[in-house]
Structures are given as structure tokens and as C-alpha cells.
Write a protein that binds this ligand. Sequence first.
Ligand code: SF4
Length: 710
Amino acid sequence: MQATRTTCPYCGVGCGVRAEIDDGQVVGVTGDEGHPANFGRLCVKGTALHETLGDHGRLVRPRVDGRETDWETALAAVAERLAATRREYGKAAVAGYLSGQLLTEDYYVANKLFKGFLGTPHLDTNSRLCMASAVAAHKRAFGADGVPCCYADLEEAELVVLVGSNLAWNHPVLYQRLKVAKRDNPLLRVVVIDPRVTDSCEIADLYLGLAPGSDARLFTGLLAWMADEGKLDDIYLERHTQGLEGALAAAREEDCRLEAIAADCDLDGERLETFFYWFASHLHVVTLFSQGINQSSSGTDKAGAIINCHLAGGKIGLPGAGPFSITGQPNAMGGREVGGLANQLAAHMDYDSPGARDRVTRFWATEGALPELPEGPGHKAVALFEAIERGEVRALWVMATNPAVSLPKAERVRAALAKCPLVIVSECVTDTDLLRYADIVLPASSWSEKDGTVTNSERCISRQRGLVPPPGEARHDWWIMTEVARRLGFGAAFDYAHPSEIFAEHARLSGFENDADLSQDGARLFDISGLAGLDRGRYDALAPIQWPVTAATPQGTPRLFADGCFATPDGRACLVPVRSQLPAQALSAARPLRLNTGRIRDQWHTMTRTARAPRLMNHRSEPFIELHPDDALAHGVTDRQLARLSGAGGDYLGRIRLARGQRRGEVFVPMHWSDRFSKQARCNGLLAAHLDPHSGQPESKHGAVAIAPL
Ligand code: SF4
């Protein structure tokens, strides 16, 4: 029996795993006690990883136009059809749609191929649905997309605020760390702010069950309250920030009396005041936020309102202090690092980063292959599928994700895919909803086979190691793209034999021409040039390390902005004016219930992997609709009964679960089920495609639905 260290492929906690391999198979997993994310802990999904493996249901042969074929034929078809689309309709007629499940090396090659050499700006990722609002808020406030905190801050804090995050279900190991920290330090207080009473409330000293979508109102009210009560950190504000006056003026456009804020948030005034007092009177405060903040038509402003309060109180850059965005996916952070969002160019550089386009062009240029970078940003996820619908984008390559399930207005997305002249899908399994739209199917490797790196929510780069060979003819995503690039005539720029070579190039780009003049360019906060010299042996042995990693910080950087210097031109953080907004999708007589969507504890995404482990199905085995008993009575449904929800884009069938922790007037449904399991349990069919104007992230937490018994 051999044991190899790798990383869990599920959530953004990024736990280290010790995989036991016997006779070419992964036969068991335990937590890696040496990994700084989890110190040996795993949640139930992590402990069941080896139970989800096996060749059954795996894609093992390429397919072109419905017929199985060999790789040579499939790669030639991809290259020829992409080239033909580009030639006849222009570079912008080609697009890619990626995933936070991809490894950083896959992401890097995709970004280089699509933006650098196919010359299209239209490359986006399902991370748009996860944390794009936090990214936009970081850039506005800090000048760069840098998460200030690390997990150890949960253990160093005096107060931890969970807002829009059911940590207990969605990031279980982090929740366990917080629970232990609270046990070991009785003075540590935890506040949970969430419309639903969730399992995370088990450790809450204070619970605020606010009205859905009122988070920004709560935090703009807190900012005004801190100012009125003399609780601002005037010295920190003076030395390290700008914009307080504008942020306060915007906050004060609304009634800032405590009772008015409490009324707007539908909260008890005394509880609200207690929270305000606790937040203002502690320096070491971590506000941990997640999809409940991000998945909103005003998610960037909600995150901005939280960040404003931390800046105004000087609660950032210190042990146990800072706004802390926790990503959903295992490598949402790695995708941001290479520039995998449509508004990014490469290596955290945006199109408007000074000199970025020229710098990346110089870096990617090789003898015989000159990059042709786009002039400006491309379509973000929802807009990309609208461009396909309009016939502007005519060739789409989707990797490791299923937009036919995960995007809002899923039926419209499916219609766009059906209309798209060329759909290429790189996938691991045979039965996803997306494959029926694919002209070319490319069998890809999966967890336990893939070899590369991922970056978790605390900026920690970890190795995800290949443990066993891919089944049949499945291949790694980076290899598939490299082979296509060669057939398109870009081979000199994609001359990789191993992921270590891709990682080294990625690390070199992060520090390329990062001289003194450029150090004020916020995009250059991301610098891992200290890892650029790794050879294959040292890459294979790479221990987890938090970026930036430079010559000056060879051991990595646990906490950002400790010196009070931010990545803006003048080094000051910006407090941004925030005006609170209600959810874009209004309730009506026809759709009187507020819809909330989310994950359940033991499942992951569309369950292609987790549904294979019977014990993971025991927790919640079927689609459900959670609502308050009073609402059930009012709408004529009873516990355990089947019922139908009707929303903007379709219907959803599920079994009623009565829950007193659910606010009246609201329902919660899980996001995992797809057509593989049940024709009418796709929750994203219920949602309208309202987007945050800054991040393009869809409002997945605030639909409007009607309910009826079946
Ligand atoms: Fe995997 Fe997340 Fe569970 Fe850790 S907490 S074992 S990363 S699913």
C-alpha cells in the first residue's frame, strides 16, 4: 500500500488528503495532518472520495458528430472547425467556458490559447456564478483581487461574523476549525447573519435572521452607526484609506436610526444594536462571507459594504481581522490567478492594467508563434450564452462544467446551445445534460488522475497529484488543448511535456517585468515568481504555500495588507459609496414566495461524483422544498407531500420539508439535481437572469415563485 498527498476536489477550503493506493486503485483517504487548511480533518464528502471513483460511467473515447473515433481524428476536427469559424466569422465568434474544477495548469493553457492565440476575449468560467462579486469588490477597495485573510485568523479573532454563509454545510472543515477555536477560547464570539436558521447557528452567540437581500442595508447602517458613536479608527482612516466621506454620505441617504435599519432588515432592534456594538468594540473581527452575499444583483455592493466597515474600523491586515470571501469551488482562486474571467487578461492583470496587453504579448511571443491578444474584455457567463443565442458566438468549447444546469434561465441556455453551430465538450462522464448538445466530445481525466495545482480560499497553492492513470483514452485537459494548439499552428508557444513546465511559465508571467515602476499597479499584487524556478522534482514535492511568493517572501504570505499599503496607485484602500438595493426579482400576487437556493451538506454540484457514494445520498436523497409550517398551511401543502414551484424560467418538483428555521414567505431548494435524476428538479430553471452590474454574477439567491401541491 502506498500513500500519496493530494488535495480534495470539492469545496474552496482545499483540504489536504492522504490517498492510499493499492494495486493501481485508490482504496482509502484520510486527512493530511501536515496540510495547513485542515490539519488532518476531512468532512464526509472528503472521507468518501475513494467511494466515488471507478470506470463505470466514464467517457473513455472521443466522439465526433455522434460517432466514437480516435484522438487524431477528434483533435483534427476541433482544430479545423475552430479555424474555419475564426476565418469565416472572426476571432470573437469563438468562445470558451471553463470551470473552478480545472487545475491551474489547465486554466493557464486555456487562457493562453483562447485569449492569446485564438485572439478571442470570450473566455469565462463557472466561477462567475460563485465569487465574481467578491472579486469586483476587492478590486474597488484594495486595487487588486487580494483576499486579505488566512484560516488561522479564525483562531486569532475575538469576533467572527458569518454572513451569507452556511459554513457548517458548505465549508465543513472550516466550520470545524471555528468550532474548536470557540471551544478553546470562550471569549471568541460568533454572529450568524442569514435569513435561514442553519446548522451554522449551533455555535452562534447571536443570530440575526435578516430579510433576504438586506445585507447591504445592515452594513451601511453599521458604518453610519460607527461614525455616530465615535467608533471609527480615525488614525487608520487618515493614513491608509480614502473615500470615507462619500461612503458615509451614501449610507446616510437612508434613515440611519437604529430602529429604521432594524425595520428595513426585519430584525429585532436590541439584537441589531448588540451586533453593532460587538463589531465596533472589537479590533480582531473576521467577517466571513460567501454566496449569500455574492449571488445577488447587488453582490459587489454588499461585499463593498462589509469591506467599508472593516476599513473604517482598521480591522484588516491584523491577525484575526479582515473581510474574508470564501470561494465555493476548489480552484476558483486559481482560475482568477491565470486570468480565467472574461474581464481579466492574464495573471490578475485586467485589460486596463497599465501596459498589461503589451507585457503579456511580449511574454507569450515565441519564435514562430505570435500572440494576438484581444483589445478588451469579453462576455461574462450569462452574456456569453446570449451572444450564442444571437448567433454572434458560433463555436463554444466547454470544459468541466455543465451550463445547461447551472446557469439561470436554463431552458434559454439549452436553446442557445442547440443553435450553436459548433459545441465542443471536454467531460469525464457519459451522462450529463450538456453532452446532448455536443458536436465533439473529448474524454478528460478526473480527480485522482489529474496532476497539477489548485489554490484555496486563503490563497494557498497546493498540489493535486495524479494517483492513477486515466481510464481508456481519457486525457488531461492541458494535453488536449496543447495538441489542438499545435494543429492550429501555435505549437511553438505550447511546447509542454509536463504540468510542471506550465506552472513554471505561469509563475514567471506573474513576475514578468514586475519592476519598481509597476509595483503600484494593483494587478501585480499576485506574484509567485519565487516559484518560477521549480524543476519537475521540486514541483512534485511542492508543499502548500500562500501567495504572494517572491524573492522577498520565499515562504509565502499568510496575510495581505499588514503594512497598511494597498495595491492602488497611492497605496490607500478605497471606501466605496454603497446604496442598498432590494433583490431585482420582485414578488407578486402570482409569485408571492421568495426563493433561496443553495448546496446541501453531502452533495457537490450536479452530483456526477457524489451521487456514486450511497452514504452521501443518505443525508438528502431527493429534491425538496423547505418552507415554514405557516406557509405550508397558507398554500395548502403538507410535510412530505410532493409540490411544484413555478418561477420565471420554469417549474421545479420537490418534496415538502417543513422547517421552523425558514422565514415566513420564503422557500429554500437545493441546487444539485439535474435531468440525470429528475426532469423537473433543476432549481436554476426557476430563476430570472438578473445580474450584478459590476461582476456579471447572477442573482441566484432571490427568485420569486408560486407553490402548489401536486
Ligand atoms: Fe473537501 Fe471541502 Fe470537505 Fe475539505 S471541507 S474535505 S475541501 S469538501
